[in-house]
Design a protein around this ligand. Structure first.
Ligand SMILES: [Zn+2]
Length: 195
C-alpha cells in the first residue's frame, strides 16, 4: 500500500512533527551556489540551546542563491541542532542542519538536512569537523551544494523560525539523511557544550 503524502496545514509554528511521505519531488528547487565558499564558524546560543553556526564570509566574491517556486533566496548561514528539531513520524534524528536563506526583502526559506550516527561522516562535511578538531572558531572552506543531498525530494511547508522572533519561513526538509561518525559527533557536542 502506498504511504499517504504529508499534508501541509495552512501555517504552523516550527518545528513540527512530519507525518506521511514527502509532498515534493524537489523539481521546483534550483541551486545556484558557487562550488566552494568561505564560512566563519562560531558557537552561538539560542533559547533552544547552543548551535554551531557557519556564516557566509564577507570575503566571498560570489554569493549562493537558491530559487524555489521562482523566488530567489540568498544563503546567509548554516547551523546545526542536536538533536533534530523536526521529527519524522515522531522520530528525532541525531542532528539537523539548517541552511538559512533570505530574499532581498527579508523573507526566509530554510533547508533542513538530517544527520544520523553511522560508521563515517558524509564526506563534504568532513572539512568542517576537521576545522572543529582544532578550534571552535575560525574560517572553513566548504562546497555548500554538496552538503545538501543531491536528490531534493522532501517536505515543504509554511512555518516559522524556531527561535524568536518566529518570522515566517518556507521550510524545505530533505528526505535523504546524511551521516556522522561517532568521533565527529563527540567533537561537535563538546564544541556545543553538550558533552
Ligand atoms: Zn535552526
Amino acid at each position: 500500500m502506498k504511504k499517504k503524502n504529508f499534508i501541509a496545514s495552512e501555517h504552523s509554528t516550527s518545528p513540527i512533527n512530519i507525518a506521511g511521505g514527502p509532498n515534493s519531488d524537489g523539481a521546483n528547487i534550483h541551486f545556484n551556489y558557487p562550488e566552494s565558499m568561505l564560512f566563519d564558524l562560531a558557537i552561538t546560543s539560542t533559547i533552544n540551546g547552543s548551535v554551531l553556526t557557519a556564516s557566509v564570509s564577507q570575503l566571498n566574491e560570489e554569493k549562493a542563491f537558491v530559487a524555489i517556486n521562482n523566488e530567489t533566496y540568498e544563503l546567509r548561514q548554516l547551523h546545526v541542532h542536536a538533536p533534530s528539531e523536526h521529527t519524522i513520524d515522531n522520530l528525532r534524528h541525531t542532528l539537523e542542519w539548517h541552511f538559512v536563506h533570505q530574499t532581498e526583502d527579508g523573507h526566509y526559506t530554510v533547508i533542513g538536512v538530517f544527520m544520523e550516527k553511522d560508521n563515517s561522516t558524509t564526506a563534504p562535511y568532513q572539512t568542517l569537523f576537521d576545522v572543529l578538531a582544532t578550534s571552535n572558531e575560525g574560517s572553513c572552506t566548504l562546497a555548500p551544494r554538496t552538503l545538501i543531498p543531491e536528490k531534493t525530494t522532501g517536505w515543504h511547508y509554511n512555518g516559522t523560525l524556531t527561535t524568536p522572533p518566529y518570522d515566517p519561513v518556507q521550510w524545505v526538509v530533505m528526505q535523504t539523511i546524511t551521516t556522522i561518525a561517532e568521533s565527529d559527533l563527540q567533537l561537535l557536542l563538546q564544541a556545543m557544550g553538550q558533552a
